[in-house]
Design a binder for this molecule. Structure first.
Ligand SMILES: *Cc1c(COP(=O)(O)O)cnc(C)c1O
Length: 384
């Protein structure tokens, strides 16, 4: 059996090696390292793929979030509501801009931000909601957009884990994740579903004015060379990364399909296990993800119900199976983000999930033999 990896970037590279190597050489020979033609071309191709008017490439997914908040003109003291159960980047940029992060609980089935908890947290100071499409499935955007409209709030989708997923609205309309709110951010970190070979990120929006503002902010607040109209940052996608992304984008649906296939095999093997909860897909899904792209499985995350999660992690590692615990500590209990406003009783779900979740190897190169090996190890251990 091939060695099992959490993420296998090498196998994926083999499939696009010729194209990637050639286009990287071209960039080097052209010396257009920053904002070269590859970046512009990638921008256009991603706009077409997503069906969004504007893609603004930038340096990474964390910058993308920060630039979204700057572009919307959020001011110190404004409250921004986001999920307690996510990667820290989301809350970090809120705090860096001296906005006030307001963390709320998540849904136990999807792990995504809970709209009921959002509504409870809205105050006259609330200006924006940041739903994170965690592990590759969209948050409940019907409910979130309703709340935003009712309370006049911005919605910034953190789509770092969800690129390529499709959201189906209650009325049957479909949109790509990251094209539903006022603006969205994504990351091209190497292990993301669409990853480059270094750091990279992008912002999406359908709003022409906001797009113009954002394009200036990523480039030192310049709209005309050496005229700095607003305070900006330096956050650019470099041409070599754009070349890699151009080779990968046409394969994104195939990559995501392969992830879904692996997820389906995992879930089939775990079916009927009383101590294991497999990922639940809720949005426009046929239940087995056969003919939909509701979930792009950035992570395949189980809940282990019989308090054996920590020992299972150890057992898998001892048997050569890498795994992850995303996330082991809820953000509201991280030292940097403690706030007197929080009440433990309001975080029942995240406080439970951090003890139960385990993410199994998930990438485009998993084969049946590996999946059988992993599922058998998990099932035997959990039932022992
Ligand atoms: C990866 C990630 C980010 C940050 O992306 P970087 O490109 O690493 O800065 C932000 N939010 C979420 C949910 C992520 O998974």
């Amino acid at each position: 059996m091939k060695k099992i990896q959490m993420v296998d970037l090498n196998g994926q590279y083999e499939g696009i090696k010729d194209q990637v190597d050639a286009s990287i050489s071209e960039v080097i020979e052209s010396t257009a390292f920053i904002n070269g033609p590859e970046v512009k071309a990638f921008q256009k191709e991603l706009e077409a793929y997503l069906g969004v008017k504007h893609v603004i490439p930038c340096g990474n997914g964390t910058d993308a979030l920060q630039i979204c908040m700057m572009g919307l003109g959020l001011k110190p003291g404004d409250e921004v509501i986001t999920a307690d159960f996510t990667f820290a980047a989301t809350v970090e940029v809120i705090a860096l801009l001296q906005l006030t992060p307001v963390l709320v609980d998540v849904d136990p089935e999807t792990f995504n931000i809970d709209p009921v908890a959002i509504e409870k947290a809205i105050t006259p100071k609330t200006k924006a909601i940041v739903p994170v499409h965690l592990f590759g499935q969209c948050a409940n955007m019907d409910a979130i957009m309703d709340l935003a409209n009712k309370h006049n709030l911005y919605v910034i989708e953190d789509n770092a884990q969800g690129i390529g997923a499709t959201y189906t609205f209650k009325d049957g309309r479909k949109s790509k994740s990251g094209t539903i709110g006022h603006v969205a951010s994504t990351s091209f970190f190497p292990s993301k579903n669409l990853g480059c070979y270094g750091d990279g990120g992008a912002i999406f929006t359908n709003d022409d004015n906001l797009a113009h503002t954002l394009r200036g902010i990523v480039n030192h607040g310049m709209y005309v060379r050496y005229h700095h109209d607003v305070v900006g940052v330096n956050s650019r996608l470099d041409s070599i990364q754009a070349a890699v992304l151009r080779a990968k984008l046409p394969n994104l649906d195939t990559y995501n399909h392969k992830r879904r296939e692996a997820a389906r095999k995992y879930s089939k093997a775990f079916a009927g296990q009383e101590h294991i909860v497999v990922p639940v897909t809720v949005n426009g899904c046929d239940g087995i993800c056969q003919s939909c792209d509701c979930h792009v499985f950035h992570q395949y995350t189980l809940r282990i119900l019989n308090e054996k999660r920590d020992k299972l992690v150890q057992h898998l590692n001892e048997n050569g199976v890498p795994c992850g615990v995303y996330y082991p500590i809820p953000l509201h209990r991280q030292k940097a983000y403690l706030d007197d406003r929080y009440n433990e009783a309001d975080f029942k779900v995240t406080n439970q999930l951090i003890k139960e979740v385990i993410s199994l190897p998930m990438h485009t190169e998993l084969d049946d033999e590996q999946i059988d090996f992993i599922t058998k190890l998990v099932i035997d251990f959990v039932n022992k």
